[in-house]
Design a protein around this ligand. Structure first.
Ligand SMILES: *Cc1c(COP(=O)(O)O)cnc(C)c1O
Length: 374
């Protein structure tokens, strides 16, 4: 059997090791230390914006704290993009609030502005104005920020921008992770860069960053005795892992270039297979192409390709199953138009790691070509 080809595996550059060694040499083996603030600064400089960054233990933790800082409480409603990974929606439930799912548009596969406005109006009419909106830059493709933020502003609802998959993407030359009242990033093992596990909360307000760090370190008040006036969490990033992140930030642009190259490779390889289509970037959108997704004509063909790849020891995955189809969220209100259902039925994520070799990419494309007998 040939070696396994993964969907998206970690890609170390070698630079990470020296930061990690430094953490050991200086004994900063703790959820604080110079790499943590160094990593936060690296991200801030990369986003090139008046951003304030708090490094945390995961993207999910960042969303959880972000919702707390937007004052989401028990009994509130929060609008969330339905087509996403469950981590976008779970923290809403941690807080005893209710997710309200909104479907996608076909251009970006992200939150549909029309459905969003229908949802807001209907929730207000039913008696509850949503406390926050969570749009997602899925697979690295930016959401329609002008339209989504225009609507959010018109109804005066804050936005938590889930940029977990979109570090390195931009929308009209502005980096993803700088649009929301609060934005969140993930450095999980499968993301475009990784700290093995980790995340960050980004805000234009310095006081939001400070509050995030306060809550992430058990909400200890400034007193020598352990004094607590609010409930805290243990969500800070460790200095060792921040060291990995510092090394990864040095190569982030290379990682984006490699993933975009994968997309071009697949698109060129399948240009004569009319059953397979791709979604190009709308004007002004720049995707990091975290995962390359291909659309097929039917669920049967999608499964045929997936099984054929699996037979060649190649991992591929259907697109995220929409949250409104998940058993756990079956009772949540939803505003759907069929777009995310169709994408889920017909779409397949192909191996997309920045460390894929030419030979591995060719193994993937030839297995698919064999399936189509071309
Ligand atoms: C990965 C991911 C998250 C969660 O990040 P973790 O670091 O794994 O907790 C949230 N939202 C989306 C869209 C993601 O892909």
């Amino acid at each position: 059997m040939e070696s396994k080809i993964w969907l998206s595996s970690p890609h170390m550059s070698g630079k990470e090791q020296s930061y990690v060694n430094n953490a050991f040499e200086t004994n900063w083996i703790a959820p604080m230390g110079p790499h943590v603030s160094g990593f936060e600064n690296d991200i801030k400089n990369y986003l090139q914006h008046d951003s304030h960054v708090a490094a945390l233990s995961s993207g999910t933790a960042a969303i959880h704290l972000g919702l707390i800082l937007l004052n989401v409480c028990h009994g509130d409603e929060v609008i969330c993009q339905s087509k996403t990974f469950s981590a976008s929606a779970n923290p809403i439930v941690y807080l005893g609030a209710t997710p309200v799912f909104v479907d996608s548009e076909s251009d970006s596969w992200n939150m549909c502005p029309e459905q969003l406005e229908i949802a807001i109006k209907d929730r207000i009419q039913k008696g509850k104005k949503p406390k926050a909106i969570i749009p997602v830059h899925l697979y690295g493709m930016p959401y329609n920020a002008d339209a989504i933020h225009g609507i959010a502003k018109a109804y005066d609802i804050p936005v938590l921008e889930d940029s977990a998959e979109a570090l390195g993407s931009s929308y009209h030359a502005k980096k993803c992770g700088t649009f929301g009242d609060i934005a969140t990033l993930s450095f999980n093992g499968n993301k475009i860069i990784t700290t093995s596990g980790g995340g960050a909360l980004v805000s234009k307000r310095a006081d939001i960053k400070e509050k995030a760090i306060f809550l992430a370190t058990q909400a200890r008040e400034k007193a020598v005795e352990y004094l607590h006036e609010s409930i805290g969490y243990n969500y800070r990033m460790s200095n060792v892992l921040a060291g990995i992140g510092r090394g990864q930030m040095e190569v982030l642009d290379d990682r984006v270039a490699a993933r975009r190259q994968n997309y071009e490779h697949y698109k060129a390889a399948f240009k004569d297979i009319e059953e397979l289509t791709f979604v190009d970037e709308p004007n002004g959108y720049y995707s990091n192409r975290w995962l390359t997704c291909v659309l097929t004509p039917s669920e049967g063909i999608r499964e045929g390709i997936r099984t054929a790849l699996d037979g060649s020891n190649i991992e591929s995955r259907p697109l995220w199953k929409p949250m409104h189809q998940q058993p756990i969220f079956k009772d949540a209100p939803k505003y759907v138009n069929g777009v995310s259902d169709t994408l889920f039925q017909n779409g397949l994520c192909l191996p997309s790691g920045s460390n894929l070799t030419e030979n591995e990419l060719n193994r993937v494309t030839s297995a698919i070509k064999t399936y189509f007998r071309v």
